[in-house]
Structures are given as structure tokens and as C-alpha cells.
Design a protein around this ligand. Structure first.
Ligand SMILES: Nc1nc2c(c(=O)[nH]1)N[C@H]1C(S)=C(S)[C@@H](COP(=O)(O)O)O[C@H]1N2
Ligand SMILES: [Mo]
Length: 513
């Protein structure tokens, strides 16, 4: 081996300024890079202004149009058509190139902010403002709509498609699950940037079920005279502007004709027997039964028959399931499987992770279970010891079976333990598929499809034990808070008098010979 002791000595004498943090066990990944290669690596980011997008602008050319986007239709706030206007797209690209935007927020190595919304979409707002015109205030306006509870538009009329004479309407209970559901578990253990995740650090709540009313897309296609020759996939267009790599576009994905032919793609204008709320896609949205949420296009304005799955980025470059060893720096979109159906999964909704649970020897647990592709949960099991012993949830504690909906459940699981333990849930679907045991087993660079058994750490306080119960009563009697659990207690668990009594009753602590 080549000697480089001189180099080493020099290095050793210079203690890195952050070394004390390493000694305190603080995360080294946040602090430094250890480059053992012979590649020169840049770790300096250029200074970029933070807030006002006009400050970020480098320069403006004279022949540049002042306004490049106007509302496509009166009253359709935020609807800009991009796919039909290559020139407008090109203008937007040029406009974009004149701005410098800050990097995505770092939350994968640091805790999420406690704001609502958690990530306020600083860059999203800047992108809209940079394009300006009809888009300038869309994010702010949308957030106001969200705060108002997702109201429906007052002046817009229901879509013509809802005309009962043309198409028979149907209603189905359907679960829409984001493929990023529970990805926070992957982030916590293995931070690595997935495509979409900078906006979406989802936990177990990125899933929901509603009664959707509309018409099967198949019926509409039939009414229009069927598919044109060679049509194998249906491209679905959403009206809002989607930003990707400095380009403006509409939100576009596709579903195969076979899915449409099976009457499993609904064009919906009602959600839970009420007009579709704006945030859920008013006036018309797609609901693809048993597919990931990304295919259920909101604010639908066009359906196009095409020969291959859509080449639009949301279909071809995002929502991909990678092989575990395909890292961030050598992945290609062709290495990922386009995610359509979700595998079987489940989640514990209560108790919450890191909660202190005081119980009488049985812990009450509740949650959901779901399987994609028209499969449904048949059995839900809970473990209170990290996954060794499993207890089935009684069937009567599961909500009704539906082909395309989750089952919510609740039940109690015996727990003798005191202190930290792990509650785990797993589901078996009607094809007897079940879930991998650990996050590592479903981990992939894209941070989609976290289908491993959901694990919730809890601090068990078992009040069915006499001593524990007595102790809880003492906190109450003394007017002292039991929480936080990490606080050193001020009072002894035993009086000195009782200690002496016990001592006399016990064998001596030491041995004589
Ligand atoms: N037009 C449009 N449709 C869209 C999206 C979008 O960004 N734009 N997001 C998709 C994703 S990723 C999901 S998970 C669902 C979420 O549906 P919800 O907002 O009704 O909960 O909408 C899908 N439809
Ligand atoms: Mo999603």
C-alpha cells in the first residue's frame, strides 16, 4: 500500500470544528462529507435570495411578452392550456430560465416544521409568480379555498356529462390512496430524495374513502363512437399548471384501455352525495378504482386515446417503483415500474407513534387496511411485541367489504409489557397477499409504496399491575404531573420503613462462604 502517513499526520492535527457534535452522537450525515474517492466534489451552494421572486430575476429581454398566460376560460380560475400551445410553453421556459430559485427545503435530515401547511410550498409560489398573469396568485387562492373547507363553485354549472338522459350515473365506494402514503417511515430511516416527495412527506393519512358518483369513462367513449385505431391507453388531462424541470405543463397521466373497458374508471362530479369540492377536482375528476391516487386526475378537461402509456412526466418519470439498490445517482426512469395498483397495506391510526398509553392489560387499537387492484382485506392482525405474537381483529370489528374500498377496524390486543414496545399491524387480502415485516424490505429510492407492516412505538403503562396502579394514584394524590414520561420523579417508590421491613424478610444480599 502506498504510504501517505505524512498526509495523515497533517489531517489528524486538524480536529474538525464539528467533531464535538460527532462525539455527542449527532448525525454526521448533516455535518460532513468524507470523500474517499479521487473525484473532486463541490459542496458549496451558490447564495440564493429567499423570498421575493422579483429579486431573483437576472434580466429581461426587450422582445419578451409581458403576460404569457391568460385564463383559458372565464370563471375557470387557474386553468391554463399548455399542451396545445408549444409556443406558450417555450415562452414560459425562457421566462423561467431567467430566475434563480432556492433549492428544495431540507426536512429529510431535520424535523418537519410545525406549520400548517407543513411545507408551505415556497418554490411552488415562486414558480407561479415567475410566470405571472393568470397564475400569479393561484397557490394563495387555492390555500384560501382549502381553509374554507373545499367549497364548490357557486357560479359554475354542473358538467354536461351529468345529464341523466345521456349517461346512466353510478355510485361506488372507492378508496383513493396516494402511492406516497406512509413514506415518512422510509424518510426517517433512509432519507433519499424521491421525485415527488419534497412536497409530500406523507404519513398514514394520505388515503381516503368516499362514495363517488359519475359515469363510467367507457360509456362516454362508446357514446363518442369508440376508440380510434391503435388506441390502447387513455391520456387524462388536468387543468392546472404543473411544473417540472423548468417547464410548464398540464397534469397528465394515463390508464390502459383494459382498465376502462372493465368499467373501473369513473368520471365523477359528486363526492359523498354532494357536488365535488374544488380541492377534490370540481367540476369533474377521474376516479380510477384500485389504482394509486395519481391516476385519479382532478379538474379533468380532456381524454385522449394514445398507443403507449403517456410520455408526460407524471406517468413516465414520477411514481416509479425502483429496485432497492437503484440509487439516486444511477437511476433511470426506465429502471422503475410505473405504479398503478398498490399492494396490500394497513396502518394503525390510534394510538399515535411515541404516545404513552395507560391501559388495563389490553391496548385499544384502530386503523385501516386496504389492497389495490380490486382486492380487499380479509384479515387484520395486531402484535403488541414488535411482530412475534399476532392477534386477529374479530371480523365483526372490520367495516364492510367492498371491492375497491378500505376496511377500517378496531380492537384490543393483550399487552403485559411496561415501557417501550411496538404495536404492529398486518393485513391479508383476499388473494392471501400480506405485507413485508420491516420498512427496509419495501424501501426503494423513489420512496413510494411503503407497504411494510406499520409499526407504532408506544410507552406502555400497565395499570392492571398493582404497583403501577398504586404509583399512578400517587401522582394524582400529590398533584404531580405524570407527563412527560422522561421527567425524573421527585418521590420514592418505597418508604425507608418498608424498605427495612423487606430487608428483614429477605435473605441477606451477600453470601457467607
Ligand atoms: N389535476 C391533478 N390531479 C391530481 C393530482 C394533481 O396534482 N393534479 N394529484 C394526484 C395525486 S398524486 C393524488 S394522491 C390524488 C389526491 O386526491 P385528493 O386531492 O382528492 O385527495 O389526486 C391526484 N390527481
Ligand atoms: Mo399522490
Amino acid at each position: 500500500m502506498q504510504s501517505n502517513s505524512h498526509f495523515h499526520e497533517h489531517k489528524l492535527r486538524q480536529q474538525p470544528a464539528d467533531e464535538w457534535k460527532l462525539e455527542q452522537g449527532l448525525e454526521p450525515a448533516r455535518l460532513m462529507l468524507r470523500n474517499q474517492s479521487n473525484v473532486k466534489i463541490n459542496t458549496e451552494s451558490p447564495e440564493i435570495a429567499k423570498s421575493n421572486s422579483s429579486e431573483l430575476r437576472a434580466g429581461k429581454s426587450d422582445d419578451e411578452p409581458e403576460i404569457i398566460v391568460e385564463e383559458e376560460r372565464k370563471g375557470w380560475k387557474g386553468y391554463v392550456e399548455w399542451e396545445d400551445y408549444p409556443e406558450k410553453k417555450s415562452n414560459a421556459r425562457q421566462r423561467f430560465a431567467q430566475f434563480k430559485f432556492p433549492p428544495p427545503p431540507e426536512f429529510q435530515l431535520e424535523p418537519l416544521p410545525e406549520t400548517n401547511p407543513v411545507l408551505e410550498g415556497i418554490r411552488w409560489k415562486m414558480w407561479h409568480r415567475a410566470i405571472g398573469g393568470a397564475l400569479a396568485n393561484v397557490p394563495e387562492e387555492s390555500w384560501k379555498t382549502v381553509l374554507k373547507g373545499g367549497e364548490t363553485s357557486r357560479n359554475a354549472s354542473p358538467p354536461r356529462i351529468s345529464n341523466e338522459d345521456l349517461f346512466p350515473r353510478s355510485s361506488t365506494l372507492i378508496t383513493i390512496q396516494c402511492s406516497g402514503t406512509r413514506r415518512i417511515e422510509q424518510i426517517v430511516e433512509y432519507p433519499g430524495e424521491g421525485d415527488e416527495m419534497i412536497n409530500a412527506p406523507w404519513a398514514e393519512g394520505a388515503i381516503g374513502t368516499a362514495k363517488w358518483t359519475g359515469v363510467s369513462l367507457k360509456k362516454v367513449i362508446k357514446y363518442c363512437g369508440g376508440l380510434k385505431e391503435g388506441g390502447k391507453h387513455l391520456e387524462l388531462y388536468g387543468a392546472e399548471t404543473y411544473f417540472k424541470g423548468g417547464e410548464c405543463m398540464n397534469y397528465v397521466v394515463s390508464v390502459p384501455w383494459s382498465k376502462v373497458k372493465a368499467n373501473e374508471v369513473l368520471l365523477a362530479w359528486e363526492m359523498n352525495e354532494k357536488p365535488l369540492p374544488k380541492i377534490h377536482g370540481f367540476p369533474l375528476r377521474v376516479v380510477v378504482m384500485g389504482y394509486i391516487g395519481a391516476r385519479s386526475v382532478k379538474w379533468l378537461y380532456r381524454v385522449k386515446a394514445i398507443e403507449t402509456p403517456s410520455r408526460a412526466p407524471v406517468q413516465s418519470r414520477e411514481y416509479l417503483y425502483f429496485q432497492q439498490q437503484a440509487g439516486k445517482h444511477n437511476q433511470l426512469p426506465t429502471m422503475g415500474i410505473q405504479i398503478q395498483e398498490m399492494p396490500v397495506s394497513s396502518a394503525i391510526m390510534t394510538p399515535w407513534n411515541k404516545e404513552v398509553v395507560v391501559h388495563n392489560g389490553q391496548i385499544e387499537v384502530s386503523g385501516w387496511a386496504y389492497s389495490g387492484g380490486g382486492r380487499w382485506p380479509e384479515r387484520v392482525e395486531i402484535s403488541a411485541d414488535g411482530g412475534y405474537v399476532w392477534y386477529p381483529i374479530p371480523l365483526e370489528n372490520l367495516s364492510a367489504k367492498h371491492k375497491f374500498a378500505w376496511r377500517t377496524w378496531s380492537g384490543s390486543v393483550p399487552c403485559d409489557h411496561e415501557g417501550w414496545t411496538e404495536l404492529v399491524v398486518r393485513c391479508w387480502d383476499n388473494s392471501l397477499n400480506t405485507q413485508p415485516m420491516a420498512v427496509r424490505h419495501s424501501w426503494n429510492w423513489g420512496l413510494h409504496v411503503t407497504s411494510s407492516c406499520h409499526r407504532v412505538k408506544i410507552y406502555s403503562v400497565n395499570a392492571s399491575k398493582y404497583a403501577t396502579r398504586r404509583r399512578l394514584e400517587q401522582f394524582e394524590e400529590r398533584g404531580e404531573s405524570f407527563m412527560p414520561i422522561t421527567r425524573p420523579t421527585e418521590f420514592l417508590p418505597m418508604t425507608m420503613e418498608n424498605y427495612e421491613k423487606s430487608w428483614l424478610a429477605m435473605e441477606p444480599r451477600d453470601v457467607d462462604d
